[in-house]
Design a protein around this ligand. Structure first.
Ligand code: ADP
Ligand code: MG
Length: 429
């Protein structure tokens, strides 16, 4: 069916707000139906028609508003009837988890289209990714670092790219990916292409980069004031630093919170929180930069399936990762950038659901809270947990100072070397 006949049909048969009326092809409509996407979200309603026309886009919408399908639908439809074997669309995204998630949604949406795709990110074997390049899959979702690794080899050529998406653009800049993004751009054809930026916030560097890379873009929602997703109730829990673990454990034991992601300031703190929770008999997992890709995937899967009640995390998982049935975010530490707060809190209450976001605030963190309240535009309510002993001394230290950690590691290594020497000596004798 051609697009114009589809449009005619939708004009007569459908009310104004279905995917059909946006001009989406039947193959994609069928997949949307399978996925339970009956109505487009507001960003999809605005972005899809323009995207289908090949227009550049600068889309700013809160986390959980459905930005992924907003760019995947136009991509899939625009490439569907072109010959296979050429990679025509590249989606850049900051983290492995996000790349995997977008690729999954791409696969679900593409089910009836005959198009192909692959995800390219670090921490996993490079071979299947090389194959994807050699085959020329239609759509690549990639993190900038691993993509640049591939570009060292001849097989990795992306000179057929017609559509480029920067997803979570703000996050990529925060993570220092701007030079990498520029390097990636040098490997793409210079001739006209459709470029789309999607972001939950629109800080100045993004606006500047968009001026450079986008041509007459349709701007969606850019002027909107930063605010976490609606439907979330937020509260602060003032608490002495050393009582934070006990407070979380108490909230969990009293079922004040169900399944939670607890965000920590450092990898060490995430690990220590994980250990404390396990010791208290609460099923937990940890996800942060010191964990391998396999460990991270396993932790997320365990959490998604409900086996793991608490995910102790640094903010690598804060942006964009979609976890269904997540009713709580706990900021175990106050994020020191207001935008991070908005992203983290946006992790819950996705696509209209409701949720709660609790933030533990030690006296030292009060000044960071004030800048968050300024960004949110109002003071956040403060709560105290009844019958919880805020002044009890901590049973043991939460953080081990870095000097001690290094000393312990060195001692462990020395012992291992000594053991290896003994073993070798025994073998010789
Ligand atoms: P964003 O990238 O804006 O943070 P996502 O694209 O990850 O948001 O979508 C958030 C959640 O909403 C996902 O679980 C997704 O499957 C779901 N979703 C997206 N669009 C729709 C829709 N039209 N109808 C129902 N659910 C949707
Ligand atoms: Mg997203």
């Amino acid at each position: 069916m051609t697009r114009s006949t589809l449009k005619e049909r939708s004009n007569t048969a459908t009310a104004g707000s279905s995917f059909d009326s946006l001009g989406v092809h039947p193959e994609l409509l069928r997949a949307l139906g399978d996925m339970g996407f009956t109505e487009p979200t507001p960003i999809q309603r605005q972005a899809v028609p323009a995207g289908l026309e090949g227009r550049d886009l600068l889309g700013c919408a809160m986390t959980g508003s459905g930005k992924t399908a907003a760019f995947l639908l136009p991509i899939l439809q625009r490439i569907q009837n072109l010959p296979r074997g050429v990679t025509r669309a590249l989606i850049l995204t900051p983290t492995r988890e996000l790349a995997a998630q977008i690729d999954e949604e791409r696969r679900a949406l593409a089910r009836y289209t005959g198009t192909t795709g692959a995800a390219v990110f670090g921490g996993v074997s490079i071979r299947p990714q090389e194959k994807a390049f050699r085959k020329g899959v239609d759509i690549l979702v990639a993190t900038p670092g691993r993509l640049l690794d591939h570009f060292q080899y001849d097989y990795a050529r992306l000179d057929g790219i017609e559509i480029l998406v920067l997803d979570e653009a703000d996050r990529m800049l925060d993570m220092g990916f701007l030079p990498d993004i520029r390097r990636v751009l040098r490997h793409l054809p210079g001739r006209s292409r459709q470029t789309m930026f999607f972001s939950a916030t629109m800080p100045k560097p993004i606006v500047e980069l968009s001026r450079e890379l986008l041509t007459d873009p349709l701007r969606l929602n850019v002027e909107r004031k930063q605010e976490p997703a609606t439907g979330i109730s937020q509260a602060l829990f003032p608490v002495p630093a050393q009582r934070k673990p006990a407070l979380l454990i108490e909230l969990l034991k009293r079922n004040e919170v169900g399944n939670v992601i607890a965000f920590c300031r450092t990898k060490h703190r995430a690990k220590r929180l994980y250990q404390k929770l396990e010791k208290a008999g609460i099923s937990a997992a940890q996800i942060h930069g010191n964990r391998s890709q396999n460990q991270r995937t396993k932790a997320l899967d365990g959490f998604r399936s409900g086996k793991v009640r608490v995910l102790a995390a640094t903010d690598i998982v804060a942006r964009g990762i979609d976890v269904e049935a997540l009713d709580h975010v706990v900021n175990f530490d106050v994020p020191n950038v207001a935008e991070d707060y908005i992203h983290r809190v946006g992790r819950t209450a996705r696509a209209g659901a409701t949720g709660e976001a609790y933030t533990f605030v030690s006296p030292e963190e009060e000044s960071d809270v004030r800048s968050i309240e300024r960004a949110v535009g109002r003071p956040l309510p403060r709560r105290t947990l009844e019958a919880f002993d805020y002044d009890a001394p901590a049973a043991e230290r939460f953080e081990v100072p870095v000097g001690e950690r290094i000393a312990a590691m060195k001692a462990r290594r020395k012992e291992e070397r000594a053991r290896a020497r003994q073993k070798e000596a025994r073998r010789r004798n």
